[in-house]
Design a protein around this ligand. Structure first.
Ligand SMILES: Nc1ncnc2c1ncn2[C@@H]1O[C@H](COP(=O)(O)OP(=O)(O)OP(=O)(O)O)[C@@H](O)[C@H]1O
Ligand SMILES: [Mg+2]
Length: 308
């Protein structure tokens, strides 16, 4: 899918996130929230890479486990996935994937390393852009540097089909900026009331900020399919009534003790316990996002695959 806007500099292989003042600075000078969303630098530079930001409002609802497991399940289906740990307060995707990166985004922001130098290979070909917890450089990242970072991630490699962004908890500008830069936002909610109201709060804020496309919804830690559908139904109803937004329901992941068990093993549940209900749910979402080509079809365009 081609995007409007200045072309990415695909020849520029060694990427730096340190802002280049001048022409790039004009890129972030948007006039309205909607224009800003359209004109976001992260959207210029990825002519064919689909980006999905995973967010929630409330913390501890299962974003990082979803990001890690969905990435690995997509990788197993042949998609080339880049996973960005954008939770700069509590970065943990490396632990969930059993990886031990030496360097992370902190070193990129400080100018010591390039993005290419910090990417670590993970299971099923997934590539992780790791972050570190509690780094002042990352915690205090200004808008301009964050936008340069997103743009450079888009330029990282031509061989990426999908970028998954695991965002931090809450509705900070840090979180909403990553959400607005993405093609799709997947909001995770649990059946608990606080998770419901925080998810709605995030959706409302993103809508007010001119998010280009309505977010999608996933219910995690549901006790049953009925409970998940009831939760999704309530959020969709409120968003339709008060925001005139049609949220698409991307399914549910059941409450499953295999998830924390896999976390303790530092392995994604889709590989540690592939027959568990949670693994099946993560794989079902991967199938929805990345259906395998129909054997009768000789060509299966990527654009069709990503219409979830
Ligand atoms: N489907 C599930 N069934 C059971 N436990 C789960 C499930 N999903 C996540 N958990 C557990 O919930 C906890 C929080 O998960 P996770 O770290 O993925 O959430 P998060 O939204 O990323 O949290 P944070 O806001 O701190 O970043 C973990 O201990 C994890 O094991
Ligand atoms: Mg997390």
């Amino acid at each position: 899918m081609k995007r409007a806007g200045p072309p990415g500099k695909r020849g520029e292989r060694r990427l730096r996130v340190v802002p280049r003042r001048g022409t790039d600075r004009h890129a972030v000078a948007a006039t309205s929230p909607a224009a800003e969303a359209d004109n976001h630098p992260a959207r210029w530079s990825r002519p064919s890479v689909r980006t999905i930001a995973i967010a929630s409002g409330k913390g501890g609802v299962g974003k990082s486990n979803l990001a890690a497991n969905l990435a690995v399940a997509l990788g197993a289906r042949g998609a080339r996935v880049l996973l960005l740990d954008a939770d700069f307060a509590q970065a943990n995707l490396d632990l969930l994937l059993g990886l031990h990166p030496r360097f992370d985004l902190q070193h990129v922001v400080s100018g010591e390393k390039t993005l290419e130098e910090i990417v670590v290979p993970g299971p099923e070909g997934v590539r992780l852009v790791p972050a570190s917890s509690g780094s002042p450089e990352l915690a205090e990242l200004d808008d301009f540097t964050r936008e340069c970072l997103l743009r450079n991630i888009g330029l990282l490699d031509d061989e990426i089909d999908l970028v998954l962004i695991d965002t931090a908890t809450g509705v900070s500008q840090h979180v909403t900026s990553f959400c607005r830069s993405a093609d799709d936002v997947l909001v995770i909610c649990t059946p608990e009331l606080p998770a419901f109201s925080d998810a709605y709060g995030l959706i409302k804020l993103l809508h007010a900020q001119g998010l280009a496309r309505a977010p999608h919804l996933l219910v995690n830690q549901a006790g049953s399919t009925e409970e998940a559908e009831e939760t999704a139904h309530r959020i969709r109803l409120v968003a339709r009534r008060f925001l005139r937004l049609e949220l698409e329901y991307w399914g549910a992941v059941p409450f499953d003790p295999a998830v924390p068990r896999a976390v303790r093993l530092q392995e994604p549940v889709v590989t540690a316990f592939p027959n568990s209900p949670a693994a099946a749910a993560y794989c079902a979402l991967a199938e929805r996002l990345w259906p395998l080509p129909d054997p009768d079809e000789r060509v299966h365009p990527q654009s069709e695959r990503l219409e979830a």
